[in-house]
Write a protein that binds this ligand. Structure first.
Ligand code: KG4
Ligand code: ZN
Length: 324
């Protein structure tokens, strides 16, 4: 029998790390009708995400988060025609909670299940920000677990151009913030501590500057902060906090902007997309907006809430992902 729905929407679920997320997205993946994110606060006291704690917190929250995403969208389960879920990369126990929930809904309603790659989801957030956007473009993903540059072709296939050789940019910010005695997650804490600080006071290294490749490295930067803090001593470091935070943040931003613009140049890309949690960073956004305006390059950076982990971006990747 032919099913006849008012809407035929996508229900998307994301639980790859420490955010329990569900969203309802239009079938073309270009508009979210709801986007519910429950950020787990349990990890703060450990200074980083604890996988077992994350899995258990997802388990407690997932049903409520899915229900909220449907009610906020004004949609009943009968109007859902596909269920999308993040299947990789991520914490295995955390992923399993989302996958089990998605399978449950799909099986109960005889719906296709769409397995989405989290990184493709981050890039797809750009389609929610600019519904008319089409590849080809060059994309930078900078998150807590990944930092990589891709060329995205007309078929939405992602080709790796370069990636971090050690820490991810978000990881470097999180570790730096921790050394400075700031909270977790470190990116937003560092951004706040850097306010009013002098970005040029400390000369933190930007790695692989001269090399004609598109890789990143952040481990030297982290070590450099560690030695700087030892040199300064506790009291002086506390007085210098805003300058240290500003200089450290500026070094991460310079590394990301430099390589992205180099990739744009090498690929002759007229459009750049920046995605992942670190793309929420105000200094990175301003730096790239300024540079791209000078170069006449179109820059797409989703609003901060679509840069950090969410399920709307997972739904946005569905039109380019085969169902199982
Ligand atoms: O994409 P995401 O939410 O999760 C992963 O897939 O990893 O990224 C999380 C990362 C964390 O390292 C966090 O510190 C960083 O994004 N982040 C930021 C900002 N907001 C989140 N980094 C810099 N500035 C921000 N405003
Ligand atoms: Zn992510």
């Amino acid at each position: 029998m032919l099913k006849c729905y008012k809407h035929r929407v996508i229900l998307a679920i994301e639980t790859s790390c420490d955010d329990t997320c569900a969203a309802v997205v239009e079938p073309d993946g270009r508009r979210a009708l709801s986007n519910v994110v429950h950020t787990q606060t349990e990890h703060g006291r450990y200074g980083g995400v604890v996988p077992e704690v994350a899995s258990r917190a997802h388990l407690e929250r997932i049903d409520g988060v899915i229900e909220r995403s449907l009610s906020e969208a004004g949609i009943g389960l009968a109007e859902v025609d596909r269920v999308a879920v993040t299947v990789r990369p991520g914490l295995i126990g955390a992923l399993l909670v989302g996958v089990a929930a998605a399978k449950g809904v799909a099986y109960a309603r005889s719906l296709p299940l769409v397995p989405v790659n989290h990184l493709e989801g981050h890039v797809a957030a750009a389609y929610l920000a600019e519904p008319a956007l089409e590849p080809p473009f060059v994309a930078l993903i900078a998150s807590g677990g990944h930092t990589a540059l891709y060329s995205v072709d007309r078929e939405h296939h992602m080709h790796l151009l370069g990636e971090t050789l050690d820490d991810a940019a978000g990881e470097a910010l999180d570790k730096g913030a921790r050394m400075l005695g700031l909270g977790f997650p470190g990116g937003p804490a560092l951004q706040q501590a850097a306010q009013g600080g002098d970005r040029e006071r400390y000369d933190f290294p930007v790695a692989l500057k001269e090399k004609n490749n598109l890789d990143f490295s952040f481990s030297g930067l982290k070590t450099s902060l560690l030695y700087k803090l030892k040199d300064l001593g506790g009291e002086r470091a506390r007085e210098e906090l805003s300058h240290l935070a500003a200089s450290y943040e500026a070094a991460v931003v310079e590394a990301l902007a430099r390589k992205l613009l180099r990739a744009a140049d090498l690929q002759e890309a007229p459009v750049l997309v920046v995605a992942g949690g670190v793309a929420a960073n105000i200094l990175l956004r301003h730096t790239l907006e300024e540079e791209c305006a000078k170069l006449g390059i179109r820059l797409v950076i989703p609003p901060p809430e679509l840069c950090t982990d969410n399920a709307a971006m997972i739904g946005a990747a569905v039109p380019h992902t085969p169902a199982v």
